[in-house]
Design a protein around this ligand. Structure first.
Ligand SMILES: [Fe+2]
Length: 207
């Protein structure tokens, strides 16, 4: 098995974030070793779930920092996070269904490469805003800061879809028949997403 070694040059100089990145890096390595040395599906599953949990915690922390600093590229950065989260969920589902078909080296190489590219090419850009060297955009902070007590859902929405989203929310919250149709459509889309994820996972991580 080939692993990348962690190096000081991967640090971005913000303690909590560097610590998260190292934890993610170590968990990827651990996952690769468990699969390569065939240490059992239960252990592999637990490590994939741990990776998903660390990814969630880490992205949530980074996103909170970026929102607070008014980082102008917040939305694009969050989309990268969401795509990666989706890949890990694909891996989890694929392993659940086909535990013998996953390839340890492919998993380690893909995840390490993604993480290092993300740290060096994407995360590094927010550093001057988080450090206060550059001034952020206050509208980002206002738009995305979550008021936890109010149960407000905030998500980036393409400008031309805003009316649709508002209309759908109204139909769902008023429990209309059309709202039920939306529920059924969402279920169908969820199944389609599962199929898409499975296909993607097979391409990326299958033997
Ligand atoms: Fe990031």
């Amino acid at each position: 098995m080939k692993f990348q070694e962690w190096s000081k040059e991967f640090e971005i100089g913000i303690g909590a974030i560097d610590k998260d990145h190292q934890t993610l890096f170590n968990t990827i390595r651990q996952l690769g070793e468990h699969i390569h040395e065939d240490r059992g599906d239960g252990r592999i599953k637990a490590t994939i779930n741990a990776l998903l949990l660390y990814v969630d915690e880490h992205f949530e922390r980074e996103e909170r920092f970026m929102i607070r600093a008014g980082y102008p590229d917040f939305v694009a950065h969050k989309q990268e996070h969401d795509r990666f989260r989706d890949v890990i969920m694909s891996l989890r589902d694929f392993h659940d269904k086909n535990p013998a078909a996953i390839d340890a080296q492919k998993i380690v190489s893909f995840l390490e490469e993604w993480l290092l590219h993300h740290i060096l090419k994407v995360d590094n850009h927010y550093k001057p805003y988080l450090n206060g060297e550059k001034e952020g955009d206050h509208t980002i902070t206002q738009t995305f800061q979550v008021n936890a007590s109010a149960h407000i859902i905030q998500l980036p929405c393409p400008a031309d879809k805003e009316e649709h989203v508002r209309h759908f929310l109204k139909l769902i919250s008023e429990n209309t028949e059309e709202g039920l149709l939306i529920d059924q459509a969402v279920e169908k889309i969820t199944r389609m997403q599962q199929t898409r994820r499975e296909k993607k996972a097979r391409e990326l991580f299958g033997k």
